[in-house]
Structure formats: C-alpha cells, structure tokens
Design a protein around this ligand. Structure first.
Ligand code: ZN
Length: 92
C-alpha cells in the first residue's frame, strides 16, 4: 500500500514540467490571464516572451498583474485541444 502510493506520486512528478513560458510553448500549451476586476482575458504571446529572453520565467506561484487596473489576476493554462477520440471509447 505504502509502496503503491509512492509510485503514484513519482508518476505525477515525472509528468511534463510546465511552469515556465518555454516549457508551455514547447508542449503547445497556451497561457492566459484573467482579471476579475476588468472581466478581461489576455492570452500571452509565449513566442514573443521567449524571444525577449523570458522563456525561463517561472510563473507558478506568482500572480499576473493586469495591465489596465494593475490589479491581481489569475492564470489559466490551456492545454492543446485533444481530438474527441482521446477521451476514451464510448459504447454505442
Ligand atoms: Zn484589470
């Protein structure tokens, strides 16, 4: 039992490291931030951020800041869109 739990935890930590702009971009994720004050979405231009030398920026644990009201926002990670097939087989 103990060993089983440890194995499960290891599997989780060995999944992709996606806490930097570069890692997200390489895995075709998109990063957006949302400002609840302005009710505004902004999708980050990861390619440009990496070109600007900010590819290793670790956004996890930090708050995005709204460029309009300077208020704190929230990150939203958007994984690549999967074809419906990958959700599993459906019995017909
Ligand atoms: Zn705002």
């Amino acid at each position: 039992m103990q060993q089983h739990m440890r194995a499960a935890r290891q599997r989780r930590t060995s999944t992709l490291r996606s806490d930097t702009f570069r890692a997200l971009h390489e895995h075709e994720h998109k990063l957006a931030c949302y400002c609840p004050t302005c009710d505004r979405w902004q999708v980050l231009d990861l390619e440009r951020l990496i070109a600007d030398g900010r590819g290793e920026y670790c956004f996890v644990g930090r708050e995005p800041r709204c460029s309009y009201c300077r208020g704190p926002g929230v990150w939203q990670l958007r994984p690549p869109v999967m074809p419906p097939r990958s959700y599993g087989s459906v019995q017909s």
